[in-house]
Design a protein around this ligand. Structure first.
Ligand code: HEC
Length: 132
């Protein structure tokens, strides 16, 4: 009986994202908190807060498809950081939080690593994982 209780407790931890630990980035919750309102829970550009925007929030599951099949990681990170032309993004101070915390060496594809906020890298990798 005791073993079953312990197993259940462990399963509960995993279910809540306990695998990632308390200190590492949690891109799924970063996306849910900062992006889903406009881009939708699944990133398809169908969030309620984006309904009245023009242009409409982009379908983030098609980023690679719209870029010749290659996920544009560096552009995505730059977009989150500065907005890259999107007034909607520049107007979101919450994104500043994604720049805080530890830096990790990141190679954007040219073989040169540069220190980059780990939450920003994790969020871009998360989006890479939901491509069509
Ligand atoms: C206030 C609404 C809003 C929020 C919140 C928001 N976005 Fe956007 N986003 C937009 C709109 C509108 C566009 C399309 C306009 C444009 O590209 O300039 C866009 C475009 C983008 C693009 C460019 C897509 C492309 O095809 O190049 C990326 C990448 C992106 N958003 C990522 C994110 C991420 C990641 C977050 C959360 C950190 C986020 N957005 C939060 C409204 C929002």
């Amino acid at each position: 009986m005791r073993h079953i209780l312990i197993a259940a407790a462990l399963a509960g931890c995993v279910g809540q994202g306990g695998v990632q630990g308390d200190t590492g980035p949690n891109p799924a919750s970063d996306f849910a908190e900062n992006c889903a309102a406009c881009h939708g829970a699944g990133g398809r550009g169908d969030g309620a807060a984006g309904a009245g925007l023009s242009p409409k929030p982009a379908d983030l599951t098609g980023l690679a498809a719209r870029n010749g099949g290659v996920f544009p990681t560096t552009r995505v990170m730059a977009y989150i950081w500065r907005g890259e032309g999107a007034a909607a993004h520049r107007a979101m101070p919450a994104f500043v939080g994604l720049m805080e915390g530890a830096l990790v060496p990141y190679d954007g594809g040219d073989g040169i690593e540069t220190p980059t906020p780990e939450r920003l890298v994790a969020l871009a990798e998360y989006l890479k994982g939901v491509q069509n």
